[in-house]
Design a protein around this ligand. Structure first.
Ligand code: PLP
Length: 398
């Protein structure tokens, strides 16, 4: 006998943690970034010209022909030993500190590291501090564990550590501070060396975990880099990193480096998330990196994004009046503050009608705000498109 379907609202069945609209913001960004016939300053996507070509095809063929089954098998949850060793070597080179045994795991991208930290640390109602503005994916990851996500302002030197001190001194003790110290998404600013010292001191004093997201750290336009928070305070910092911007995002590969006790809890959390990052991607990274291709590609990528940053700064000077913007020394983004009375969401809508995709500020704020800000990414459009796109935006942003 046929059973009549019962008409019901899925809303009534969805878990509490799915309520709240932050996810829609990300979906819109991803949709806009892929739109055709539009000059896109929207997503934080690397330019496909930076993706590996024939060298990767060669490695893939070699891996397929070898008797070693590891690229095609499940991997240990913390990652295969060879690729982990490669990432540890990189960290030693970039950050001047090599993670000890048990202090490093590979993840399916940096966003998974945030998810694992959320799963391992956050109970409903726990307070999490983030920058205001910050990466939308992080806000979503923490909110999905029903945490109370609170923004701390930033300025041209990164997170305002005096504001952080005030936030730590009031209300229930937060468990976690999430920060992007290098070429921040969306603001493009970096945390000064002095503030890095002050931040870790404060975190030590208050006994909170710092989750440091270094997504753009290796895409700097200068040779000098301030120390990572993880290298300054490895006993209280988990560093989440990604190969999405330096290798390619389709590989879905990143890392978490932190205190061994914390990393073992993240490995526990990963066992029932996806069990392990894809072994094939891990082995491709190891071989590609060990043969020097990743470093060669990075030199080209830095030059490419630097030239686009310069083109965007010049175009903004040329075409936009009354707004101000940040000048990033690395990464993908500049952050515009619009004149009073110009609404960023309405301006972004009009921009799309003019064939230019930008992201208005509100989705980057955990607890409201951002109506006068717009994020522009210079990673995907070439110099001529940047000038044309900003020329069209000029009258809409002033
Ligand atoms: C600050 C930041 N963290 C993490 C990510 C995502 O990294 P992954 O692709 O490794 O998940 C991004 C991507 O846009 C980002 O901007």
């Amino acid at each position: 006998m046929a059973v009549e379907p019962t008409l019901r609202s899925w809303e009534a069945l969805f878990a509490e943690r799915t309520r709240g609209g932050a996810g829609e913001g990300l979906l819109q960004i991803l949709a806009m970034a892929g739109a055709k016939d539009v000059i896109s300053f929207a997503g934080g996507f690397p330019d496909p010209v930076t993706f590996p070509g024939p060298a990767l095809a060669e490695i893939l063929r070699e891996l397929a022909e070898r008797s070693d089954a590891s690229p095609f098998q499940y991997s240990p949850t913390e990652g295969l030993p060879g690729p982990r060793d490669y990432v540890a070597d990189r960290l030693e080179r970039v950050d001047g500190r090599r993670p000890d045994e048990g202090e490093l795991m590979l993840t399916s991208g940096a966003v998974e590291a945030m998810e694992l930290v959320g799963k391992a640390f956050l109970d409903r109602g726990d307070r999490v501090l983030v920058e205001a503005p910050t990466y939308l994916g992080a806000i979503m990851a923490f909110q999905s564990f029903e945490a109370v996500v609170e923004g701390v302002p930033l300025d041209e030197d990164g997170l305002a550590v005096d504001e952080l001190e005030r936030a730590l001194a009031s209300g229930p003790a937060p468990k976690l501070l999430y920060t992007i110290p290098d070429f921040q998404n969306p603001a493009g600013v970096s945390l000064s060396a002095e503030r890095r010292e002050a931040l870790v001191e404060l975190a030590r004093r208050h006994g909170i975990l710092v989750l440091e997201d270094v997504a753009y750290r290796e895409l700097s336009f200068a040779d000098e880099r301030p120390p990572s928070l993880w290298s300054l305070a490895p006993e209280i910092v988990v560093q989440a990193g990604t190969f999405s911007k330096t290798f390619f995002p389709g590989v879905r590969l990143g890392w978490a480096a932190g205190p061994a006790e914390v990393v073992s809890k993240l490995v526990w959390a990963k066992q029932n998330t996806d069990q392990c990052a894809g072994a094939l991607g891990q082995r491709l990274l190891e071989e590609y990196g060990r043969r020097g291709h990743l470093d060669e590609g990075l030199v080209r990528a830095r030059a490419l994004y630097r030239s686009r940053r310069d083109a965007m700064m010049a175009a903004l000077e040329r075409h936009v009046d009354g707004a101000s913007w940040t000048r990033s020394e690395g990464g993908f983004f500049t952050w515009l503050e619009l004149p009073f009375g110009v609404d960023a969401v309405a301006a972004a809508g009009r921009a799309l009608e003019a064939g230019v995709a930008v992201v208005p500020g509100p989705p980057f704020f955990a607890a409201g705000g951002g109506e006068r800000y717009v994020r522009l990414s210079f990673s995907r459009a070439d110099e001529a498109e940047i000038d044309e796109g900003i020329r069209r935006l000029g009258p809409l942003l002033s």
